[in-house]
Design a protein around this ligand. Structure first.
Ligand SMILES: Cc1ncc(COP(=O)(O)O)c(C=O)c1O
Length: 434
């Protein structure tokens, strides 16, 4: 999909044609998506210029609702302002792998992150994708992985890697924890790893983390959570919290008041913190093991200095202004959810978090809907088949604190016009504005 936008959950391909190779099956299943990529202005777009959260694609200026920079740190003058001094002191890029030479900036980030998350230790690596590919196989060994069917594509790939090294994979549905318990009960003999998304990258909802953590502890499993979209947005609950997001943005584990026992939390800085780096929160013993057992620490190039600098500056801003930024984000998100509610349109978002999927009544209309939004100056993520099942094809709106009130008014106006012209899925009975 378009640059800077996270890939939605991928729906595994089913019913392979006998005799065809996986590449042929893949290309056949991705036909609609390939056509969209080739012809649609909202996919694979070259962004030539930005002005705040406005972007220019060709001659067209659009309000960007596809960015994951939820806190607006990418545009924050205080954060931008620290970068030149770091570049002066450290150059643009360390170039050593971390095992070879790790600038002290990493130590500083890990110390502050460990304090923020309230966990035993943290390890910073370049991306979540690299963490999944390298850490899931280490944690799973030749045991069993219980993978949420709707987990992010990068978790799928980490699990496939693990399968190549002897792990077996069982899928479960995050809505059916009895089913998961049944699976856990029947495979008690070896290592067990439960892999799930935290804040889901399409629905914006959170799993029942306390119940999953309880199951992990009962069955001596590790709960491996990818909270790419939650870190920076959701955090610990407090009686005086200004929004239901909680305080401090210290991720889904703290949001539910859970301990990190039997839980391995993975997240990144590339969304809320607008920086190229990621982390794993885990016991020190595991961190030590991963330094040699997980390839990115040994072999991968490091994050650029500018990103290490913006993470550190992001911690300062988060501490001083984070809760008021999240309050603003919450209000802005509510504006969009209220609009969908008024239009009688369905969104799976029940959390009030800034990831809002709008499914279409007719999946065949995705390209036309995308063109309509584009021509009305709204940029979103198109969720086409097979990235999502056909009955979920639609678009995803992401709200950031840096979107202006004028951009939100424009979005609300265009959504109204869109609903006059195309059929959105109708709201379900239990829905109301979050
Ligand atoms: C849930 C989830 N996990 C992982 C990733 C990949 O993160 P990274 O870019 O750090 O590899 C994304 C990115 O979009 C995501 O949404």
């Amino acid at each position: 999909m378009s640059a800077g936008v996270s890939a939605p959950t991928f729906v595994p391909l089913s019913s392979p044609e006998p005799g065809s190779s996986w590449v042929e099956r893949w290309l056949a299943a991705c036909g609609d998506l390939a056509e969209l990529e080739r012809t649609h202005p909202m996919t694979d777009a070259v962004i030539e210029e930005i002005d705040g959260r406005l972007i220019r694609v060709g001659d067209q200026w659009l309000a960007d609702f596809a960015s994951c920079n939820y806190l607006g740190f990418d545009l924050d003058p205080e954060i931008i302002g620290v970068v030149p001094e770091y570049l002066r002191r450290w150059g643009t890029h360390p170039s050593w792998s971390r095992l070879l030479g790790s600038p002290v900036l990493y130590e500083q980030i890990e110390e502050r992150l460990t304090e923020l998350l309230g966990c035993e230790d943290t390890l910073v690596l370049p991306t979540i994708t690299l963490i999944h590919l390298s850490v899931i196989p280490v944690l799973a060994g030749n045991g069993t992985i219980f993978m949420d069917r709707r987990a992010h594509k990068t978790i799928y790939e980490g699990c496939q890697f693990a399968a190549g090294r002897g792990a077996s994979i069982k899928r479960f549905c995050a809505d059916d924890l009895d089913g998961l318990e049944q699976l856990l009960r029947t495979s008690r003999l070896n290592t067990r790893l439960i892999c799930i998304d935290g804040v889901n990258s399409m629905t914006g909802n959170m799993p029942d983390l306390p119940a999953l953590a309880r199951l992990a502890r009962t069955y001596d499993a590790i709960l491996y959570v990818d909270d790419a979209h939650g870190f920076g947005v959701v955090g610990e609950r407090a009686p005086d919290e200004p929004t239901p997001y909680g305080r401090r943005g210290n991720s889904i584990v703290r949001h539910f008041g859970e301990s990190h026992d039997n839980v391995v939390l993975v997240s990144g800085f590339s969304k809320s913190y607008s920086s190229l780096a990621a982390f794993i929160a885990c016991p020190t013993e595991l961190k030590t093991l991963l330094k040699t057992a997980a390839s990115p620490y040994l072999y991968s190039g490091p994050s650029p200095v500018a990103s290490l600098a913006t993470v550190l500056a992001g911690f300062d801003v988060n501490e001083r202004r984070g809760d008021s930024i999240r309050t603003d984000l919450w209000h802005k998100t509510a504006t969009v959810l209220d609009c969908l509610d008024r239009l009688g349109a369905h969104t799976p978002n029940r959390s009030g978090l800034p990831v809002i999927e709008v499914p279409l009544a007719r999946h065949e209309e995705i390209a036309d809907v995308g063109r309509f939004l584009f021509s009305h100056g709204i940029y979103v993520t198109l969720a086409a088949y097979p990235l999502v099942p056909k009955d979920e094809v639609g678009f995803r709106i992401q709200v950031t604190a840096a979107n202006t009130e004028a951009e939100l008014e424009q979005l609300v106006d265009v959504l109204g016009k869109l609903a006059d012209r195309f059929d959105l899925q109708p709201a379900r009975r239990e829905e109301g504005a979050a």
